[in-house]
Every structure is written in C-alpha cells, then in structure tokens.
Design a protein around this ligand. Structure first.
Ligand code: SDX
Length: 392
C-alpha cells in the first residue's frame, strides 16, 4: 500500500472513484454524467437532472413521468414531524430545523434495508419530495402560521415557491428557480458530499446520511456563503465603498464571501449562469441595487486577486436571484440543500455499490509514554508557570 503525504483538507487527494460529475477548475467546466451544465440549465429540469445524477442516464418520457408522479405523491409530511417543528424556536436557523427533520424521517421508515431496491427508490423519492416541504413548513410556522399543503397541480419549483407564501409564482420566476436547483444539484466531492459518503459507508440509513450532509453544508465556508454574500453587500452599502471594503479584507486576510474555490481557479461556470438569470429577473421585476455593488466588487476582486485564482463561485450571485424572488436570506442555504439532495443521493447509491467504510489514518504529533500523575501530585497550570519562572 502506497501512502500519500498529508494534505490539509485532503486538498488534491482522491477520496473515491466516481462517474457522477466532472469539474475542470482551470477551464471552468462542470458536467453531470458527461452533459455540460450549460446544456442542462437550458434544456433540462431539476427532476430530470436529479434522475440523470441518481440513475446514471436521462430518463425516457415514461420514466420521468413516473418519477415526477411519485415525488408529487410523497411531498406531504407526517403530522408528527410538523408537530415536532412546532417545538422549534422561531429564532432557530432553518438549516438546523432541516437537519433535525431530515434525521427524524428515519424514525418512520425501517432502517438498513439497503439491499432492497424498493427501499432505495422509496428513500430517493421521499427525500427529494419532502425536503422542500420541510423548508417551507418551517418558514410558515416560525411566522406563526400553519404550513401550506403542497399542491399536486404545480411542478417541483412552482410548488416550493407556492408553499413559501401561498401565492402561485410568476412562470419566469418558477423556471429560473428550477434552473437554480439544477445548478446547485451536484459538484463532485465537496465537503457535504464527502460527509454523506463517510456516513453512507457505515451502512446507516439514508436519512442519517442526508442529515450529516445538511449539517456540513450549513457552514459559511461551504453552502452558508450565499447568505453571507448578501450580508456582505449590505455591509458594503454603496459602490463607493467597494474598494475600501476590499482593501480592508486584504489587509485583514479576511475571506471575501462568494469568491474563491478549492477547484475553480477561474469564474465558476454556475456563477456566470446565475448572473444571467439575475439579469433576466431584473429586466422583468426591476434591478436590485446590490447587483451594481456586486459587479463592481467582482471587477475589483479580479484586479486585486485574480492572479491568485480568486473569482466568483456559485454563491456570489445566487442570493441576488433568490432575493428578487422574495426568498428570505436565511433560506438561501436550505434552498441549496433542496438541490444538493440529488447529488448526495447519487453519491450515496454509488458508495453502496462498492462500499468500504471510510477510515483514514493520521500523522501522530502527540506525546508517547506519558506517566499517569495522581491528582494530589499534580500542579495546576499556574503553579507550574510560577515554578518555571522561579527555577528559570
Ligand atoms: C461552495 O467544493 C465545492 O465544490 C463547494 C461548492 C459546491 O458546489 O459544493 O462549490 C459550493 O462551497 C462554494 C464556496 C463557498 N464559500 C465561500 O464563498 C467562502 C469564501 N471562500 C473561501 O473560504 C475559500 O475560497 C474556499 C473555502 C471556498 C476554498 O478555500 P481553499 O481552497 O481552502 O483556499 P485557501 O483558504 O487555502 O486559500 C488559498 C489562498 C489564500 O491566500 P494565501 O494565504 O495563499 O496568500 O487564496 C486566498 C487565501 O487567503 N483566498 C481568498 C479567498 N479564498 C481563498 N482570499 C480572499 N477571499 C476569498 N474568498
């Protein structure tokens, strides 16, 4: 067995072999099962793309119709999960609520029937179908309202937007939201997908796998960045303040939210598409003044940090799209999770196909042969420091 040298964050170290998606970080290429993201964004839907990712090829018309029907049928939540949500604090973050509800699904469905294709299919359908309902239900309940029941006559994207405020969305907004879900569905071995794979490798149930991934996505260096980008644009406040803000970040070596990527060293292709979608919304519904700050910041960052490969990533423009749709800022990451469930499920299935439990090694840097000192003979940290001072 050959040992690789230690790389913090496993940077550049393969953790698996996968045929689900491909990224070329130097040329800004993203493909799902070999189809480039631009084609899928233009021609596909989120559910068709989910089928492609999870089952490995584009569905026939019958396969897609059946998949869509199953998901419409499973959108509703067990009343006990809704009752559980009633105990959540309104001030809690929606990602914590989502993680709790995803894990709770495992209480209702038998565990570990992982060798049963019907169980696998049911888990795929339930998670894709119910995660949006959970996000929308928490949104309504934290405002003191009853959750809005899913509508079977609305497609996946339109139904989610409807459940957020009981208004049927504008068709353009629904189509753009569906494209956003496709763009966020999968991205090789990112932190939350790796978390899903590690959890899956122990052969626990798929609901625990998705709960692990949701918790990982929530972090500000990963899926939580889209929410932080809007807060950053609010803090910048004006075009005039872009340069001083950027200078301050550079001086403090602070990360600029929505920029940089472990793999992309050019502009994330998803950011390019999201920027176009934002402009389509602005044309119809009015321009967001934060957009002018954002494009000014992008230009300034490229001038100052482009040489280091720091360019906009998927999180930089997504929030401006969601804001224009009236989605609250702290729901941006749950929306990311709704989409990424497709990729997490695809990697869950792929891991099960050729499973070996993840158990990496370490480079030990601690003490060896340390004696056990009875407590009465131990000196407190302060005594020890004083003794060192006195004895020099
Ligand atoms: C996602 O992995 C995926 O595929 C993730 C994702 C997906 O679809 O699943 O694409 C989604 O998570 C997008 C990333 C969202 N996060 C952010 O926008 C937060 C801000 N970005 C950074 O925290 C950072 O860019 C990371 C975490 C995304 C990547 O960090 P790396 O690869 O660990 O890079 P690094 O921290 O080692 O930085 C390398 C250099 C450093 O400079 P030096 O010390 O070498 O001089 O680049 C600099 C960093 O300071 N740098 C930044 C920066 N990101 C890196 N400088 C300023 N602002 C930034 N955002």
């Amino acid at each position: 067995m050959t040992f690789c040298e230690y790389r913090p964050g496993l940077e550049g170290i393969p953790a698996t072999q996968s045929s689900i998606s491909f990224v070329d970080g130097q040329r800004g290429i993203l493909e799902y099962r070999g189809i480039n993201i631009e084609e899928l964004a233009q021609h596909s839907t989120f559910l068709e793309t989910s089928y492609l990712l999870i089952y490995g090829s584009l569905p026939s018309q019958e396969e897609l119709a059946e998949f869509e029907h199953e998901i419409r049928f499973h959108r509703r939540l067990k009343y006990r999960i809704r009752d559980m949500m009633k105990c959540f604090p309104e001030s809690g973050h929606p990602m914590d609520a989502l993680q709790a509800c995803a894990a709770a699904l495992g209480l209702f469905y038998s565990r570990r029937a992982l060798d049963n294709p019907d169980y696998i299919r049911a888990a795929v359908v339930r998670l894709l179908a119910k995660i949006p309902t959970m996000v929308a239900a928490f949104q309504m309940m934290r405002k003191g309202n009853d959750p809005i029941q899913p509508r079977d006559d609305l497609d996946y994207a339109a139904n989610f937007l409807y459940m957020l405020n009981e208004q049927e969305p504008d068709p353009l907004a629904a189509r753009i939201f569906d494209i956003c879900l496709t763009l966020h569905a999968e991205h090789t071995i990112n932190a939350s997908t790796f978390s899903a794979m590690v959890t899956a490798s122990t052969l626990t149930d798929p609901y625990a796998v998705i709960a692990s991934a949701v918790g990982t996505l929530a972090g500000p260096l990963h899926g939580g960045a889209n929410e932080e980008v809007i807060e950053m644009l609010e803090e910048i406040g004006s075009i005039e303040n872009v340069e001083p803000y950027l200078e301050s970040c550079i001086q403090r070596k602070a990360k600029i939210m929505g920029f940089g990527h472990r793999v992309y060293k050019v502009k994330d292709p998803r950011a390019t598409i999201l920027q176009e979608l934002a402009e389509q919304l602005f044309e119809k519904f009015g321009r967001d003044h934060y957009y002018d700050i954002a494009i000014t910041l992008e230009k300034a960052v490229e001038e100052r940090l482009g040489h280091k490969g720091i360019y906009p990533n998927v999180d930089f423009y997504s929030g401006l799209v969601y804001r224009k749709m009236g989605i609250p800022t702290d729901l941006f990451t749950p929306v990311f999770a709704i989409a990424r469930v497709a990729g997490w499920l695809a990697h869950w299935k792929e891991q099960l196909n050729e499973n070996r439990i993840f158990r990496p090694t370490q480079i030990y840097t601690g003490m060896r042969g340390t004696p056990y000192v009875p407590i009465e003979k131990r000196q407190s940290e302060q005594d020890q420091q004083l003794l060192n001072l006195v004895t020099g």
